[in-house]
Each structure stands twice: as C-alpha cells, then as structure tokens.
Write a protein that binds this ligand. Structure first.
Ligand code: ADP
Length: 831
C-alpha cells in the first residue's frame, strides 16, 4: 500500500521530530481531510547519531495511545530536502505511520519563520519499499508490518508468547508499583495493562524510557511480537533496576549529607553508583587515579627509578588522602647527580606545594637550625624558619639537603635540633630562639637527601625512611639523556632539534669518554656545552644575515664569551690551543648542526687513542678530559698494583692500590688519606702475606721473611680523597702478592671484600654501585665475597651480562682469579 505519500524525518537532539515545513503546510495545515504521514529515522553521514524514532514519544499519554509532539520549523537544519543536503541521508528501512491528532501554528516571526506544533499518534510499523526524494518532500511506497487478526490469534496460542507475556506483565506491574510509590500515578497505567494487547503495550512502555538510539531502532525493528515482548521485558526490567539504584543512592546521600556542597554530593553519588556496580573498592579506584596522576608527574621529570617512584607514590597517596598523616620522613640516599634533589621538587609539584631547599652541608652550629637569641648582635632565625620565610607558606615541601654532612662541635649539635624537627610529636611546637615562640612545623613535608647512610646519626636515621638511588648504567644514562636531558638543555639554550641534533651514538661517546660518574650531572653539563656551541652558531648566522658583514669579526666576541663562560662559570676545562677560527669554521655549516665525533673533540676535549698518544705533549695530557678503557691496563702494567672497587660519596669507584718495596728494615708506610679501618686492613693484609709467604712461594726457601731488609709502601692514588672502610682487604693482599711474586695482576679484573686475619673473605656493602662502576670502567671480571651473591639481584641484567662475576670464600680463591693462569704460587709449583 502507499501511505499518504508524506514523510518526515526524525532527529535526536531534543526528542522533537523535524519535518520539511512544506510537508506540514501542504499535507496537514491546508487540508481538511488529514492524511497519514510516515516517520522514518534517518542516519546521515555527518550525523550518524542524529536519529530518533517516534517510539520515544508519547510519554505518559493520557489516552494511552501512542502520540507524538512534532515541532516544525522553516529554518530547520535537518531538512530532508535532498538538494540542500547533497550528502547521503541514510533512511532507516522501517518506520511508523502516524496520524495528526492536533495541529497549531505559531505567530510568524519577522524572519518569516513559522513554528507548527503537531501532535501525532503512531499507528503501525511499516517497511519502506521504495523511497523518492524528489518533490517538495519525500514520499515512499511502503508495506505494512502489522499482523492480521488471524495471524495475531495464532501467535497468542504460542506457549512461548504466553510465557513472555506473563513475564512482561509481571515486570511491568512491578515497575508500576514502584512508580506508584514515588508519584502516586499508577492507577491509570494499571488499567492500560489490563485492556491493551500486550505487544502494543510493550511499545508504549518502552517509549517512555531513555535509551540509546540503537536500542530504539532495534525495538522498532522487532516486528515479531515475541521478540518485541522479550526486548521490552528486558528494557522495563533495566528501568526498574535503575530506579531502585537511584533510590538507594538518594537515601545514602541524604543520610550522609551534612552540608549541601555540590562537590560532596556528586562524590557521594559516584561512590554509591560504584558500590551498586559491584565496584566496591572505590578507594582503591581513587587511589589508582591518583597514582596515575602522580606517576605522570614523576615520569615527566625522571626516567626509570621505578622502585623509587613506586615508594614516592605510596607516600604521596597517603599524604593526599590524609594530609596530616604522620609518616616517616623520606630520605634519598645516593651519589650526586642521580636525581635526589629533583625528585624532591617533583614531589612538591605533585602535591601542588611550594618547594624550599635547605642545605645542611657543613652545618656545625646548632644556631644554624634553631636561630640565635635576639640578644646577640647580628642574630637571625635558623635556616628552617628562614626557609619558610622565603616561601611564605607554612606547608611547603622542605628539602633537608646533605643531612649526612652535618657535624657537631663546641657550638652544639645540629643533629639533635634536627631530631626535634623531624619528630612529628615534637615539631608541632618547634622552638626557634630568634622567634622565641613555638612554631608549628607539622604541616611542612620534610624530605632529606644524603650521599651515604653511615654518617647520619642513628636517632636521626631512625626517623627517616631511606630510599636508595644507586647510580645509573650506561644504557640508563643514554635514555635519560635522550628523553630528558637533551630536550631540557636545548630548551634552556633557546634551541630546538631544528638547530642541533645530538645523535644517540654521540651521546654514547659522551657517556663513555667524557663522564665517568654514577649520576648524570656531568653528562648534562657536557650536553650543555654542545648546546652553547650550537647557540653561538645560530647567533652568528642571525647576525650575519641581518648585517651581512664579515662573519669572522662578529663571531669572535661571541666565541670569546662562550669560552669565558664555559671556563669560569661551569668550571669545566676547555681544550686550549684550539683557535677560535677553527671552532667557528667547524660550526659554519649552514643547515642544522649534527654533532659528530670531530665536534665532540673540539668542544669537550680530545679523545686520543693509544695509537697517537705518544705524539701529544705533556700539556695535552693535562687537559685530557676523557676516560679510556685502557686505563686499568696501563696502571697494572707493573707488579704490585691491583684494582679494587670502593664506595665513595660519588657512588662506586674503581680504586687502584699500589705497593712497592725498598731497602729498609721491615716497616709499612701507608699514604692516600686513609682512615683507621683501612690502615688496619693494610696491616692485616701484610700479616697474612707474611704468614703465608712460604706457602705462596713468595720468598726464597732459605729466607722466609719477605720483609727482610725492606720496607713496604702502600699508596692509594687520588691521594687527596679521604678513604676508609674494610672492603679494600682483598685488594691489598693481591697487590702485596703481586709485588712479592713480581707477577702482574690481570687488568680486566677488579675486586672487593674484607679479609679476616685467617684469610676468610667477608661480605661488604655497596655491591650494586661497585659493579656499576666496574662496568663503567670497562672491567670484565669482578671478584666478590661469596656471601654477597644475594646482592647481585639488584644489579641490572644488562650490566651483569657483560661481566664475569667470581665468588670467593677465602683469600686463596681471590688470588686464584686475580692472576693470569691462577695464583702465582701454583705457577711456581708447576716449575
Ligand atoms: P642530586 O640531588 O642527586 O645530586 P639532582 O636532582 O640535582 O641530583 O639531578 C641532577 C640532574 O640530573 C638534574 O637536572 C636532574 O633533572 C637530572 N636527572 C637525574 N636523574 C634523572 C632521571 N632519572 N631522569 C631524568 N633526569 C634526571
């Protein structure tokens, strides 16, 4: 059959249906006898969601008939006119035939815009056979999808249909009783339930719910009454559940609502919704979001450090949830340049608090912490109060830098004053002598840094949670450089990657040859030097373009500045003897500057291989900046030198031990700023070697005393750096055995370990740092005390895979591994 030839399209936004105005005027307004119109959902390319169906209308209609309010407007954007919308309009294949129940026309606006209000009654579903978009509005050939009476009677016999009807009715009744309680309007709907055929009722019920367009369409497409009933039951049931949940939420929220803050209300609702969804651990959810947030903030400043970051996040999460939490103070311990200070400032950023750094290095006077009494001339508050004054807030993140470097003397003990600061019970009323009134420090978040744990007084350490940041591996440094340092350095110098490119291979060279540190500070400094050089070139080019004069003349002052700044401000050594012209010609490449090896050497200093080292003068050697892997080989080339691994303030280090003998009367001389413990280690080492001299075949059989007529001198190079600790024990013995046997120690092997008088090798600390240092120095084999095996789990696998780790239980095991072809006495015995 052909339906009235009239079509409208429905669109979503406000549950109104948009018609071409001509359709309304010609077919409805001007005609006495109103025809039927068809309503089809549309989907056009630009507006895939812009569909609606008449089913969503007719909410609570009094007659119970499906009816629909239709708004028509002359300047509507959703015209169905194919010409004004040349892009494809996807008409849904099925629609609803409707009759206009009521029609009214609004006053014509000056713009000529007329508004009609049409109330429609939906009659039956239809299928579009053929659609024509020509003419003032769309027309279509359709076929009805309504069942005949006989067909319907047959369906009603179907037992499935009967069950479905029952189910639907029960669910619908339940919904009505719930609504009745709420709105007291159920009566009329109940009557409907009894009188209307159920499959029609299904449409009416469902039309009153909010649901997705897909669901609406699927309902429209459900021609089979069984399918329709089952879908409707599901939707009614869902609506019922959502009403119940909403009620529960309201009850909960009302119960807990003390003040009507909007944010609070929303939070409670969200919580209740989550609870209802079975998402009970919403706290954890909050935490997860918080965690993600904080992780992003930490991640954008620092590469890696996953364990450290995890601990910081836990700490921050607790602080966020309970701002007055009394947790321990975090203390970052590690060598310089590993990111301790910057992590602390990231914490401040993550918490949105101000950051203040207080340096405690070298503080010996208690007044530095507590302030002077005002009776003193030139008295002033202590550093803490002064720091607070600087940031002018009472709740900053305060970094107590270098807490291991405080000392004590006659002027008191700053550590004991710090104890009061860090104790949450006491710092509520911190007493600064200058202020002379108790000051509440409990809102301040303290974070401390230290290079080493040992010097921190135990009571102070007791109040802190130590988080260790060991040094980075070469690979980690490489990634830190690529991801963080280079972008930062370029930015600081007003450059970007268009001006300067530092390829990964060059970064690797800088790491290998120019920096041998646990952290990345020198690396950053070297990268900055490259950036400055590029900045000079960019500035030169700009000037050259703007004045078009002799570039050389302009360039020189700039370069001079660069050299002066480089030499004095950054305290780095620049190659001498390279003339400015040479540098400037090297940079005068017109396109972007790509750092290559030649440029590295010009800016950072020569790297020279062994092959042409002999060509260099002493002067060149002095200004040598780089490190090379041959260092160990050169230094152990004579007997009496061994390679140790030690732990210093700068992380792990390779430490050479030199021993020599001279005519004398059996004395031991020790040099190299040694502490008591290391001196004792040297004595133990000598005693052990003397006691085992015969076994080790170190002295001719007839004179068993290796010290007969000679003195021994042991020196630890880098003579200005203080050294202490027992871990040089095995290294000392090895150096002595090498000296007495006149056999060189293997250059690729480094060692660490304490030795007892009886030759047992005891475990030592700082294994990870020491192994990283060995790796940095190109060492291939590391001898460790057997009981340090457990510490190897902390060492990155990439480092371990490049090293041979040898475990020693006794001193003999160490000697066995330290010399080529085994211990020297074995070699003797073979002879
Ligand atoms: P510390 O306080 O340990 O001596 P800093 O926090 O001053 O070290 O760090 C030195 C420099 O190295 C800073 O510029 C810092 O941003 C950078 N840095 C250190 N570790 C990392 C890392 N993991 N990722 C990115 N940058 C880092």
């Amino acid at each position: 059959c052909e339906i009235g030839g009239v079509f409208g399209s429905s669109s979503s936004s406000s549950y109104s249906i948009h018609f071409h105005v001509k359709l309304v005027e010609q077919e409805l307004w001007q005609r006495e006898e109103k025809g039927l119109i068809g309503i089809l959902p549309v989907r056009d390319a630009a507006e895939m969601t812009s569909m609606d169906s008449v089913l969503s209308q007719g909410v609570g209609s009094e007659s119970g008939e499906r009816s629909s309010k239709v708004q028509i407007s002359t300047s509507d954007a959703h015209k169905v006119d194919g010409k004004s919308h040349p892009e494809v309009i996807h008409w849904h294949k099925r629609g609803v035939a409707a009759r206009a129940l009521h029609l009214s026309r609004g006053v014509e606006k000056p713009s000529g815009r007329v508004t009609y209000i049409v109330v429609l009654e939906g009659l039956c579903r239809f299928n579009v056979e053929e659609l024509s978009t020509r003419g003032p509005y769309c027309t279509a050939k359709i076929s009805s999808l309504e069942m005949t009476k006989a067909e319907m009677e047959q369906v009603e016999q179907d037992p499935d249909f009967v069950t479905l009807s029952r189910q639907f009715k029960a669910t619908a009744m339940e919904l009505i009783s719930v609504l009745e309680q709420k709105q007291k309007t159920g009566g009329r709907i109940k009557v409907l339930l009894e009188t209307l055929p159920l499959h029609k009722l299904a449409d009416i019920f469902v039309a009153s719910f909010e649901m997705s367009l897909e669901e609406q369409l699927s309902m429209l497409d459900s021609v089979d009454p069984k399918v329709r009933l089952s879908k409707a039951t599901e939707l009614v049931d869902r609506h019922l559940q959502s009403i119940r949940v909403a009620e529960k939420i309201t009850q909960k929220v009302e119960g807990q609502l003390s003040k009507s803050q909007k944010e609070f209300l929303l939070r409670q609702q969200m919580r209740a919704i989550k609870e209802e969804l079975g998402d009970n651990d919403d706290d954890e959810d909050d935490l997860a979001a918080l965690e993600r947030k904080m992780q992003n903030r930490l991640d954008c400043d620092h590469y890696g450090l996953s364990k450290v970051k995890q601990r910081i996040i836990e700490y921050l999460a607790v602080r966020k949830l309970k701002p007055d939490a009394r947790g321990p103070v975090l203390c970052f311990v590690g060598p310089p340049g590993v990111g301790k200070t910057s992590l602390a400032s990231s914490i401040a950023a993550a918490l949105g608090r101000k950051f203040v750094r207080i340096s405690l290095g070298g503080v010996k006077d208690e007044a530095d912490i507590r302030g002077h009494r005002r009776t003193y001339i030139g008295s002033m508050p202590g550093r803490l109060i002064d720091g607070l004054k600087r940031v002018a807030v009472c709740n900053p993140v305060m970094l107590l830098d270098e807490i291991d470097k405080t000392g004590s003397d006659v002027r008191g003990d700053p550590a004991s004053a710090l104890l009061e600061v860090l104790d949450p019970e006491q710092n509520k009323s911190f007493n600064d002598h200058y202020l002379n009134v108790p000051y509440d420090l409990s809102k301040v978040i303290f974070v401390a840094t230290a290079n080493r744990v040992q010097p921190i007084p135990p009571p102070l350490l007791d109040r802190m949670e130590v988080i260790e940041l060991p040094g980075y591996t070469a690979e980690e440094k490489q990634r830190i450089a690529m991801q963080h340092l280079i972008p930062r350095v370029l930015d600081q110098h007003g450059l970007n990657s268009e001006y300067l490119q530092i390829p990964e291979a060059m970064v690797k060279l800088v790491i290998q040859r120019y920096t041998r540190e646990a952290g990345v500070r020198n690396l950053e400094r070297n990268l900055a030097a490259l950036a400055r050089a590029a900045a000079v070139r960019v500035a030169e080019q700009e000037q050259a373009v703007s004045v078009s004069k002799d570039v050389h003349k302009l360039a020189s002052p700039l370069l001079d500045n660069r050299l002066a700044e480089g030499a004095e401000m950054e305290m780095e050594v620049l190659p001498m003897g390279v003339n400015n012209n040479e540098i400037s010609t090297a940079f005068k490449i017109s396109s972007r500057l790509v750092v290559d090896e030649a440029m590295l050497e010009k800016i950072l200093g020569f790297f020279f291989s062994r092959h042409f080292r002999h060509k260099l003068s002493m002067y060149d050697v002095v200004r040598r900046l780089e490190f090379d892997d041959q260092e160990a080989a050169d230094r152990v080339a004579t007997p009496g030198v061994s390679v140790g691994l030690v732990w210093t303030n700068f992380g792990g280090e390779v430490q050479f031990v030199e021993a020599t003998a001279m005519i004398g009367n059996g004395e031991l001389h020790l040099t190299g700023q040694l502490g008591d413990v290391i001196k004792e280690s040297a004595k133990i080492a000598l005693t052990w070697v003397r006691a085992r001299a015969a076994d080790l075949k170190l002295a001719p059989a007839e004179e068993k005393n290796v010290l007969q007529g000679r003195d021994i001198h042991i020196h630890f190079p880098a003579g200005a750096v203080p050294k202490d600790g027992p871990s040089a024990g095995v290294t000392l013995v090895t150096a002595l055995v090498s000296l007495f046997s006149q056999k060189c120690v293997r250059a690729d092997t480094a060692m660490t370990g304490e030795m007892t008088l009886r030759g047992l090798v005891l475990p030592v600390g700082g294994i990870k740092d020491k192994i990283l240092a060995a790796h940095r120095h190109g060492i291939k084999r590391v001898i460790l005390p057997e009981r340090n095996l457990k510490d190897l789990v902390e060492v990155p696998a990439s480092v371990l895979s490049n090293l041979e780790i040898l475990l020693a239980k006794r001193m003999e095991d160490v000697l066995e591994q330290a010399f080529d072809g085994g211990s020297p006495w074995r070699q003797h015995s073979k002879l």
